[in-house]
Design a protein around this ligand. Structure first.
Ligand code: HEC
Length: 107
């Protein structure tokens, strides 16, 4: 009985650990630069002159694949200086969910 309970508890933990929440990840890992709404209206966003990704016109300038690469590998400028670091700890499936979330920011 006790053992069955323990197993049930463990398996529900595993489910929790693998459920990826793009909105929470956005708040934790992206919003400090990109802003809650994607407008880049944060201190970091201004410093890095991040574009307003809540605008359809800005989002039209890159493909889903480029967005995926930006998140997975990071972005550098023409001289090789890092503009956005690769985001660690995300699986490819998580990154796809992140791209979809990012696309959803546009007005
Ligand atoms: C350290 C600040 C910083 C953080 C944190 C950050 N970004 Fe970025 N991101 C940038 C900058 C700067 C650019 C613009 C790059 C450029 O202009 O070359 C950018 C661009 C992008 C782009 C557009 C790529 C393209 O092809 O134009 C996407 C998509 C993106 N970020 C997603 C995310 C997501 C999702 C997260 C969180 C998981 C995140 N970013 C976290 C700084 C950041």
């Amino acid at each position: 009985m006790k053992r069955a309970f323990l197993l049930a508890a463990l398996s529900s933990l595993a489910v929790t650990a693998y459920a990826f929440d793009p909105a929470a990840a956005w708040t934790d890992q992206c919003a400090k630069c990109h802003g809650k709404t994607g407008a880049g209206d944060t201190k970091m966003g201004k410093k890095l002159s991040i574009k307003d990704y809540s605008l359809t016109a800005e989002q039209a300038k890159f493909t889903d694949e480029e967005a995926f690469k930006a998140i997975k590998l990071g972005r550098t400028d023409a001289s090789g200086k890092v503009r956005m670091k690769a985001i660690e700890g995300l699986t490819d499936a998580d990154i796809k969910a992140m791209v979809a979330y990012f696309r959803g920011l546009k007005k």
